[in-house]
Design a binder for this molecule. Sequence first.
Ligand code: FAD
Length: 385
Amino acid sequence: VNHVVVVGAGLAGLRSAEALRSRGFTGRITLIGQERHRPYDRPPLSKAVLSGAADSSFVETDFAAIDVDFRPGVSAKALREGVVETTEGELDYDGLVIATGAEPIRLPGDGPQHVLRTLDDAHELRAGLVRGARVAIIGAGWIGAEVATAARRAGCAVTVIEAGPTPLATAVGTEIGARTEHWYDGIDLRLDTMVGSVEEGGVELVGGEFIEAHVVVAGIGVRPAVEWLAGDDIDLHNGVVTDEHLRASLPGTVAAGDCAAWWSRRWQTRLRVEHWDTALNSPEVAAGTLMGEDVAYDPVPYFWSEQFGHMVQYAGHHPAGERLLYREDPGGTWSAVWLTADDFLTAVLAVDRPRDLLQGRRIIAAGHRLDTERLVDPQVSLRDC
Ligand code: FAD
């Protein structure tokens, strides 16, 4: 391989370029990114940046030192074998990394709506979160909850509108979601409520009610940013379809981060995980595969969210129907663990219990049976169960 083109200059794109170099790749690397910024981390956007504690979250990089030709503000438009068509002409490649991430889904309607994906989005939204402003957030998922946290802290009058019966219902199920409902203290939380459209001055609910708002934020999820590949000769299905080596169907092509739908050996299913840990670690495997090494990506997926003063962390993967048990501490912290019928741990969600998360993730990776009687005692370390 002589020339690798990396499309997408988010964390996964940057890490792919770095991983190629650290694995000894000496050919040319071109990194193109649609945004005009150099690569930055997104998790702080809904936390430190939105609250005003930080203005940016750039990842430290020295493109000259790793000899990467970084081209901000350049988008890929289409792909054919050996050539990426971009907004600035064609780029020939013999190795390609697709790391275009994901893009937020918007609500119908002509009224102004914010989404939160980019640094620019975060700055625009932050300007609207002023004391007394009426803020309507649609979606009580991870992003909705974090935006609501920042808006409440800023002294806004916050309404959160969620189609499901509880917050976080799609992400972790209604049983866990219900346990987070009381965190929305002081917020007008509307559950089982569908938004019809965003209009000037607020949102119209299905059924006709109008909720007035100065600021409307859509936090209803993202889709993989792979539209530019549609119609090209590459398998797409909820992202770029790859094998366990992150190899896509087109020769010389790999995918990493939010846009990759990889085959997981561990879970025997296809996974696409829109979280930071995947963007951080999948590029090592993508780079290795491009260089002809025999490497596989098979993590116990991990993510965290900081909302309403709580640290929520999740590791694993829980197919529907797994048993759910709790480790509850009278002090208010708790963890939920998902078990198979024969008591193997498949996932853990920890609220303000980082040790449970760490130990749980190790247990899932090692794959051993747990003693469920000890497990429900929060005083007993998970690793001793
Ligand atoms: P992205 O970060 O989406 O980067 C892809 C880049 O490719 C973008 O810059 C995009 O502009 C560019 N691009 C797209 N299409 C093209 C094209 N055709 N040509 C050129 N460039 C293109 N995860 C957690 O685990 N914990 C958290 O607390 C957490 N908080 C988050 C908070 C926010 C506000 C957001 C938005 C995300 C959060 N995440 C969190 C998720 C995490 O940030 C993502 O999983 C991670 O950013 C994915 O990285 P990526 O490089 O795969 O994709």
